[in-house]
Design a protein around this ligand. Structure first.
Ligand SMILES: [Zn+2]
Length: 212
């Protein structure tokens, strides 16, 4: 399932404030609460929203020692290895990388635990060798990069020419009740020329600015 424009608006509001209530989200996105509620359930059911977790400041929580481990993996065993390693309680992140690589971030109780983890949990498996392993000495930043809602919008059609909008940041016109998307400046200007007076009337009635 891919998010449409309404999903993207809801996700945008959630990314800003993951603890916002359905009513608050509805207000911020100019949608109704039942719409937000239905979309939210659908996105959770489809797995698009996996879970809500607090983003902890890494230094304020004593969780032992972290290490980053780069592995070299036989391509035939990569998939199984990744899924097996991801089940280990010590393993926080698993990334498959270019160059037949796999990178893990693991949480261990102490520095001595790294060698133990490598020999028992990693090297005991077939088709894998350790390219490097480092203890993390300081966490400078550790949180997911916020997604731009407009980058989430797939298959968006231009409101003027109805071609697909390929840009990550489409040209837009916004009134209180709706948002119009355009593939290019020319389409936006053409739309304004054709429907501008009508939009201005809507704008007037809604007592809101027509943002461009
Ligand atoms: Zn267009």
């Amino acid at each position: 399932m891919k998010p449409d424009e309404i999903d993207a608006r809801i996700l945008g509001a959630l990314i800003d404030d993951g603890r916002a209530s359905l009513r608050q989200i509805a207000k911020r996105t100019s949608l109704t609460t039942p719409t937000v509620s239905a979309r939210f359930d659908r996105m959770k059911k489809s797995g698009m929203i996996r879970k809500f977790v607090p983003v902890l400041s890494p230094d304020s929580v004593g969780r032992g020692v972290f290490a980053v481990i780069s592995l070299k993996v036989n391509s035939s065993s990569a998939e199984k290895l990744g899924s097996d390693l991801s089940k280990l309680p010590e393993v926080e992140n698993v990334y498959v990388t270019t160059g037949q690589g796999m990178t893990l971030k693991v949480a261990l109780s102490d520095v001595a635990g790294l060698q133990k983890f490598l020999s028992r949990r990693v090297l005991a498996r077939p088709g894998v060798s350790v390219a490097s392993s480092q203890i993390i000495t300081k966490v400078v930043k550790e949180e997911p990069a916020p997604l731009s809602p407009s980058a989430l919008i797939m298959n968006l059609k231009c409101d003027f020419c109805h071609e697909e909008v390929a840009r990550a940041r489409p040209y837009t016109l916004t009134t209180r009740s709706s948002r119009y998307y355009f593939c290019c400046k020319t389409c936006r200007n053409a739309y304004l020329e054709k429907f501008g007076p009508r939009l201005a009337r809507i704008k007037h009635g809604e007592k809101t600015a027509l943002r461009m």
